[in-house]
Design a protein around this ligand. Structure first.
Ligand code: SAM
Length: 275
């Protein structure tokens, strides 16, 4: 720390409830949106739909269904950031709504689109979606919201509520196995140093003990049970492999680790018609 800067947050493992986690996420993403977009905006592209640092994109993967069938369909993007995925969807004739808790992230969508984006931008918490029941045909999220919330079932139930029966919900998160390893791109990130089974959140806190960044862990089994409890049917679990062409590091995601352990888990689900 130098004299002009804020004190460095302290990292801890402790509980953080839904309110504290949302408050921390909103503040952290507002403060860090500029740097995030500066650092990763080039890789993401303004109108690509990238599922994670491996670079798997929806154009290739078709996890929301064939691209030619997206036209006219309403899609909710949760934790949209600068809404790159929504822009890709809009270009295929879909009707996306981009939602994020961070005002500053959404400002970057305006920066890319100019004053009049082609789809609505909504600032809201994924745990309380401001939409009527059955408003959307599809929902998606590329690393948005779910890694950061204390009560994932609440978010999943909200997504289920706003989807039409049979509607598809596809979301990516850090692969749960990563929790056991240090978040480092080099060889130090290849040695297990923590328990995969320890669900205690990772919290960065300020000098008064207030959380400024929170990440929550769910095991793979937890995620499957959360989906079932919320009324979803799991259709597929995609673990993208690190492709030869991708030489880019993204935080703890790197070609070195990507060749050996999974970095991203993508859950492809459908709203259960029986609920
Ligand atoms: C890793 S970024 C991903 C953004 C974008 N999907 C992308 O691929 O660049 C996570 C996003 O989730 C948003 N987020 C975190 N917690 C949220 C919550 N509770 N509700 C809605 N958005 C949230 C953050 O503001 C941030 O924009």
């Amino acid at each position: 720390m130098n004299q002009d800067s804020e004190p460095e947050p302290e990292a801890a493992r402790r509980d953080a409830d839904a309110a504290e986690s949302s408050r921390a996420s909103r503040g952290w993403w507002d403060r860090n949106a500029d740097e995030y977009q500066r650092e990763h905006g080039g890789f993401l592209g303004d109108d690509r739909f990238v599922w994670g640092p491996e670079g798997l994109d929806e154009e290739e993967a078709g996890l929301l269904g064939p691209a030619e069938r997206l036209a006219g369909r309403s899609v909710l993007e949760v934790g949209a950031g600068a809404a790159q995925c929504s822009r890709w969807l809009a270009a295929r004739g879909a009707r996306p709504v981009a939602l994020d808790i961070s005002h500053r992230q959404l400002r970057h969508a305006l920066r890319i689109d100019g004053a009049a984006p082609a789809f609505p931008l909504v600032q809201a918490d994924a745990g309380a979606l401001p939409f009527a029941d059955g408003s959307f045909d599809l929902a998606c999220s590329a690393y948005g919201a779910l890694p950061f919330v204390a009560d994932p079932v609440r978010v999943l139930r909200e997504v289920r509520r706003v989807l039409r029966p049979g509607g598809r919900w596809v979301f990516s998160v850090t692969h749960p196995v990563r929790w056991a390893f240090p978040d480092e791109p080099g060889t130090e990130g290849l040695t297990v140093t923590a328990s995969y089974f320890d669900r205690t959140p990772y919290v960065e806190q300020d000098e008064r003990g207030r959380a400024v960044y929170v990440e929550h862990h769910r095991t793979l089994g937890d995620r499957v049970r959360d989906l079932t409890a919320a009324g979803f049917r799991l259709v597929d679990l995609v673990e993208p492999e690190w492709p030869e062409w991708n030489r880019q590091e993204w935080g703890g995601w790197s070609p070195l680790r990507g060749r050996l352990i999974p970095g991203t888990a993508i859950f492809v689900c459908e709203r259960d018609r029986r609920h």
